[in-house]
Ligand binder design. Sequence first.
Ligand code: ASP
Ligand code: MG
Length: 404
Amino acid sequence: MSLIVQKYGGTSVGDADRIRNVANRIIATRKAGNDVVVVVSAMGDTTDDLIKLAYQVSEKPSERELDVLLSTGEIVASTLLAMSLKSLGCDAISLSGAQAGIQTDANHNKAKILNIEPSRIVSELKKGCVIIVAGFQGVTKESDVTTLGRGGSDTTAVALAAILGAKVCERYTDVEGIYTADPRAVPEATKLKEISYDEMLELATYGSKVMHPRAVELGQIYNIPILVASSFNDHPGTLIHGGPMEIRNKVTAITQDMDVAKITIVGVPDKPGIAASIFEPLAKACVSVDTIVQNASIKNITDLTFTVAKGDAEKALRVVNPIAAKIGARECLADTRLAKVSIIGCGMQNTPGYAATMFSTLYAAGVNIQLITTSEIRITVIIAEDKAKEAVRALHKAFELEKE
Ligand code: ASP
Ligand code: MG
């Protein structure tokens, strides 16, 4: 029998009816001749609610206690799904992350999976059970419960698929797949039949909230095809995979990320060690810096610009202001009303003209570009936040991604 790992997101198990719906889908997968290991997220907004509660009893909740608290959300969902399956005559057992053998580092609230010891899962599978694993959690060497960071159940699912040698990891939520752009911003967006790991990684990192980047990375490393589809209907989803792709448009998708702030240090003396003196303290303060641009210097004076998440802008300024004063820079400026818009597609590699089309389209739409960054399969512009939607729609049209 071949093995399928299925993952169901929070809305898919949001209430008793939906849990029963998921149970029926699992039973159908079994009837089609597959062993099934299921990973669940916490029901609905459970994780948000638990976090709120924690902050009501403590200004700074203990990370260890918070992890145990949050892990219960997924445990609730897994036990209810197992009960539902049993009531429908299907043998099932729920396992917490620890029981499933998911070992992580001790980085509470954002732990990484180090290893999975699958013997319990394997022995339960042999008994003919459906296994329901509580997602998003693991356990340290010292038996402390950890969680993998928001959205981490995706990662649990792909990691299990890898260690168990599943033929596919099916990931079900309330979205039907990966689209050429966010359908809420671009009504003409179309659902993709397939997408490569590389493209999906860029998408997940540059604004599409559909999938946890770490999960895509694991899928790529272990070559596990990931199907993204809805649990509310049987419409075909999007397959993320590493095999040959059907020939199609060279731009695959356009993304937007509204969580962008820009810090510019003006009038920086251009000499060795300056960049290090700025970015080392930022790293120490746990500010994750994204795009970095240093202008060509004129008379040994330059400007240094970098972007951070909006929530980190104030902290970044607090770190950078005294350094700027010390090195003799003129001033530090912050702009928190920015967005990132990216065009992504493997087909752009080694093909000229994409940047030109992108920039002339933005020009025609009256969008001013503040910063530009690229990878081999992505071009990103940083623009004013209130122009993002317009920019995405114009680019979607220019690259002919709309419905026929
Ligand atoms: N329940 C966790 C969250 O909401 C993990 C997940 O859903 O994957 O972030
Ligand atoms: Mg959730």
